[in-house]
Design a protein around this ligand. Structure first.
Ligand code: XMP
Ligand code: MG
Length: 184
């Protein structure tokens, strides 16, 4: 879908595809500098991080291996349930590896706190986080997120991997949902 063809369900484009592309290129440069000469495992958090993983991985010069975790913290609604469940664990042992978690969005930070504790207990050589988006509430939790693409307002966003009830993940940009879609 092109950005001008928003349709009735989307309110506005928050971050364009071009803005995402150039920010990911910047982040990739910083990540390359950090891991120079090292083997890096990037871990994508399904399903939201698929687009960031695909585009960031291709922007990196660092040779990487890729693995995926699926965890659930949200139902079909827009509020965090606070409960995290592993739906799919990593295929690889991360002990003594340099691990970079790739996230789509950090909201309350509950999901990431849990993930950091979980992966940290497996004794990786290092554990860092890159997220495309971060909402204001994330500041309330003490998580050291090394790379953030964009700080965004506290609105529900979709596109570029992010969904509302599993829809809109394939939009090439990040947009806000029209209130009527989620009953607002
Ligand atoms: P927490 O609150 O644990 O949330 O940091 C992280 C996860 O919540 C989902 N999330 C969103 N998904 N639009 C979405 O499509 C949003 O605005 C949004 N805010 C949070 C997402 O799965 C993320 O990994
Ligand atoms: Mg997610």
């Amino acid at each position: 879908m092109r950005e001008k063809d928003l349709g009735a369900d989307l309110h506005e484009v928050l971050i364009t595809k071009d803005e995402i592309d150039s920010r990911l290129a910047e982040l990739a440069g910083e990540i390359d500098a950090r891991y120079e000469g090292q083997d890096l495992l990037i871990v994508g958090v399904l399903k939201g991080a698929v687009m960031v993983m695909a585009d960031l991985a291709r922007a990196l010069a660092t040779p990487v291996t890729m693995d995926w975790m699926a965890i659930s913290s949200y139902g079909a609604g827009t509020q965090s349930s606070g409960v995290v469940r592993i739906l799919k664990d990593l295929d690889t042992d991360i002990k003594d590896k340099h691990v970079l978690i790739v996230e789509d969005i950090i909201d309350s930070g509950l999901t990431l706190s849990w993930l950091l504790a979980n992966l940290g207990s497996r004794e990786p050589a290092s554990l860092e986080i890159v997220t495309l988006l971060r909402k204001p509430d994330a500041a309330k939790v003490d998580i050291d997120v090394r790379w953030v693409g964009f700080d965004i307002p506290n609105e529900f966003v979709v596109g570029y991997g992010l969904d509302y009830a599993e829809k809109y993940r394939n939009l090439p940009f990040v947009g806000t949902l029209a209130p009527h879609v989620y009953g607002g």
